[in-house]
Ligand binder design. Sequence first.
Ligand code: KG4
Ligand code: ZN
Length: 341
Amino acid sequence: MTVLAIETSCDETSAAVVRDGRVLSNVVSSQIELHAEYGGVVPELATREHLRNWMPVTQAALREAQVGPAELDAIAATQGPGLPNALMIGFKAAQALAFALRKPFLGVHHHEAHLYSPWVAGDPPSADFASFQPNVSLIVSGGHTMLVHVRAELEHRVLGSTLDDAAGECFDKTGKLLGLPYPGGPEMDRLAAEGNPAAYDFPRPLLREANDDFSFAGLKTSVRYFLEKHPGLADDRQKLRDLCASVQAAIVETLVAKTVRAVRRLGVTCVTASGGVTCNRSLRAELADACAREGFVLRLADRSLCTDNAAMIGILAERKLLKSSPETSFDADIEPGWVLA
Ligand code: KG4
Ligand code: ZN
């Protein structure tokens, strides 16, 4: 089966062609530079960029895959959750394409697609569902932080999610307090590599609570108070590196400890992780250490599939259509607040 997928839920315009579990192309046009000036995603600007880019990005994905519109068996798009007007561009464009080409159309839940991106690996990237195992999946990005029990393919239950800021949002907001360019996450990762993670003690939010929820807003506030108490500290290059390493350690330790606890409790033996923050080197290393210690199998999404992309939408859409999931009607609308159950 050959599927064209479009993703426009936030600030990446992406189109991909997937055939029989293989990613033939995955074109991503990031808007990071556009939003950097404002220190965060500006929805109106994101919408206009999606409108300008969805067609050239889709054409590039078809060209790279060497697939013509007539060869497509289905068309998919992210239906939610996300920024309403941003979602609308990709969803309605894909729906219109499917209507014109008389192909089945499928609207996909963005978070559900994240659950399966760790099973896509290799060159060209291919879905390895043959080695699928029941797992606990950590989805961790700028917009979401959640733990999900994936009992079987296409069967999941959300265990917990963030009560306030997402982990990536915490990286980005503390990065801003430290005077780092947007997005703060990759920059903190870089600086933290040469810093001392034990230099400063920041709270590990909800670490001891007996639930699978996260909360990162307090950590950001404690960094703000710390900087108010120690003005000028972040101007010292080494102290800045130590601060980055200490904040990163608080985030990473919380994510890893809560993931491991959920895995133990549920009696599964596999951990997966995806989302932009999964690019973080310390998170990757700490998850690998913890899983090796506990005897868990770890599957981390490939870096190219960690941040938002249409390949994961296409992979899930194809899997769902093969397993006879109902198509999405041409009357269906976007679901900006769609909550993963
Ligand atoms: O998945 P993504 O592209 O978009 C959504 O938010 O859905 O994730 C972007 C987030 C940003 O918050 C960014 O700072 C964070 O992922 N991020 C990182 C790293 N690379 C990206 N955070 C920490 N370390 C990184 N290396
Ligand atoms: Zn995402």
